[in-house]
Design a protein around this ligand. Structure first.
Ligand SMILES: Cc1ncc(COP(=O)(O)O)c(C=O)c1O
Length: 490
């Protein structure tokens, strides 16, 4: 393979003077001079043929691990396959070319899709309404807590604290703190669940605005006392935020709105495909209970109150918390989520949730004899192991992760959740076949065996990965001497 090993070469270094990557038709209008404000010197752009440009970007795309290339069992990220039909619908000219400032009456198709998507999400989650505006899960959290604050203030309450289980994603604490709250951590029980007794104790003083709880939680377990928790918080005047990043496991099985949750963000870019692992646009739509409807961000999408058969954007909402994102959020993500939900239908959505759980439990059973399991009971759509056994022989979670890359697998999420030392968090998603999941298990078992051999690090783990463009970097040095310009890299 002439491309192997894959090399990273900047396009500017491949430049050959006189080469062109475009062929424009000859001018059929008089040539006009460039405006005088234009730059004096030619920009230093690479001069390359079209084929060289195609090869350059194809090579770059091969350097990235992708779901299209192999299994991506990154826990908490739901890296599921992106059906190609999503790309088809999101590239429809009327959607892809729609300007965000298009007046409502010229954007009826888009508004209708958003309206129906909100309704579908309400049905799936049991919430009274949904805002599609947040651009990511973390922004959904921020919006939800802002709305909880606005609601409590409208009641004349100045509560100052938010409870967050220790296992939560870091964004929960950040969102609460950005909204001006002090975070009180809630410890986990031995069974891996939020400690109800401690929640009861911490809410006695009456200064707790609410709780942010992830369900299923980040150790892959369903919070079985969720209804008891919501009841208690409500009785004591607070509200309940649910981090819905793990909604994949609940699809068509249970509805957070029915459990008394007041608001929850969907990581729509996980649950409804298009995971944003590469840092692309996301959508953190927020479902809310009736209590929070007045505080929704503007604009909301409404059926025309005049009775006409069309949709309008409603900006006049006196108690609204305002906006968290310009325009209406990431519209094409909504088109993808809508396509995915409609393609699967009610039965398909439920099957997706159930299959995700089934595959995670398959992995749990297969790997249990070889890796230490954090909480040994039926899990939801992800399962958390640790490096406890391997670490006794000097092999750590990071070594296992790097070793897996050479076997063609993206590593699982490592060292998260923080409450599990040396965590390896595995989420297969329902879009993997049983045979690819089995192949992954066999590889994990092989690596577990290597880790217990004499001289294991020297023999199997040192300098891994070896078969990809970038080997193991000195992460401490990279953090201390960050080099971000290509000149420094030469
Ligand atoms: C449990 C959990 N909560 C919240 C988030 C934040 O979501 P986002 O990355 O879309 O901001 C994540 C992201 O991985 C997560 O796993």
């Amino acid at each position: 393979m002439s491309n192997w090993p894959l090399k990273t070469t900047l396009s500017i270094l491949q430049s050959t003077p006189g080469h062109e990557g475009f062929s424009l038709p000859s001018l059929d209008v008089p040539e006009a001079p460039a405006p005088t404000r234009a730059r004096a010197a030619k920009p230093k752009l690479p001069e390359l043929s079209e084929l060289s440009v195609v090869r350059h970007f194809t090579r770059l795309s091969q350097l990235n691990f992708s779901i299209d290339g192999g299994m991506y069992p990154l826990g908490s990220c739901t890296m599921k396959y992106n059906p190609r039909v999503n790309e088809l619908t999101s590239s429809f000219r009327g959607f892809a070319r729609l300007h965000p400032l298009t007046p409502d009456h010229f954007a009826q198709g888009a508004l209708e899709l958003m309206f129906h998507l909100e309704n579908l999400l309400s049905e799936i989650s049991g919430f009274a309404r949904v805002s599609l505006q947040p651009a990511a899960g973390a922004q959904g959290e921020y919006l939800g807590i802002k709305m909880i604050r606005a609601c409590l203030e409208a009641r004349g309450e100045k509560r100052t604290k938010i409870l967050i289980p220790e296992s939560a994603h870091g964004t929960n604490g950040a969102s609460a703190s950005m909204c001006g709250y002090t975070v009180l951590p809630v410890r986990g029980t031995e069974a891996g669940l939020a400690d109800f007794a401690q929640i009861e104790e911490l809410t006695r003083a009456g200064d707790v605005a609410g709780i942010m709880i992830t369900n299923p939680n980040t150790v892959g377990l369903f919070e079985t006392e969720i209804q008891k928790i919501t009841q208690l918080i409500h009785d004591r005047g607070g509200l309940i935020y649910c981090d819905g990043a793990n909604m994949n496991a609940m699809l068509g099985v249970t509805r957070p709105g029915d459990a008394g949750i007041d608001c929850m963000h969907f990581n729509m870019h996980k649950t409804f495909t298009t995971p944003h692992g590469g840092g692309g646009p996301g959508c953190g739509g927020l479902g809310v209970s009736k209590t929070l409807i007045p505080f929704l961000p503007v604009p909301t999408i409404e059926k025309n109150p005049s009775g006409a058969d069309d949709f309008i954007l409603e900006h006049e909402r006196p108690q609204s918390v305002g906006k968290v994102k310009d325009h209406y959020g990431h519209f094409l993500m909504m088109v993808r989520a809508y396509t995915y939900i409609r393609e699967l239908g009610a039965d398909g959505i439920q099957k997706a949730g159930r299959d995700a759980i089934l595959l995670a439990n398959y992995i749990r059973e297969r790997l249990k004899p070889h890796y230490d399991i954090a909480y040994d009971k039926t899990c939801m759509h992800e399962v958390v192991f640790s490096d406890k056994r391997q670490n006794k022989n000097g092999i750590k979670t990071l070594d296992i992760a790097k070793r897996l890359i050479d076997e063609g697998f993206h590593p699982p999420t490592i060292y998260f959740p923080l409450i599990v030392q040396g965590a390896l968090m595995i989420e297969p998603t329902e879009t993997e076949s049983l045979s690819s999941v089995e192949k992954f298990c066999e590889t994990m078992i092989k690596v577990a065996g290597e880790a217990l051999e004499e001289n294991a690090f020297e023999k199997h783990f040192k300098d891994r990965p070896r078969h990809v463009a970038f080997g193991r970097v000195n992460e401490t040095l990279a953090a201390k001497q960050l080099k971000l310009t290509w000149k420094d890299l030469e």
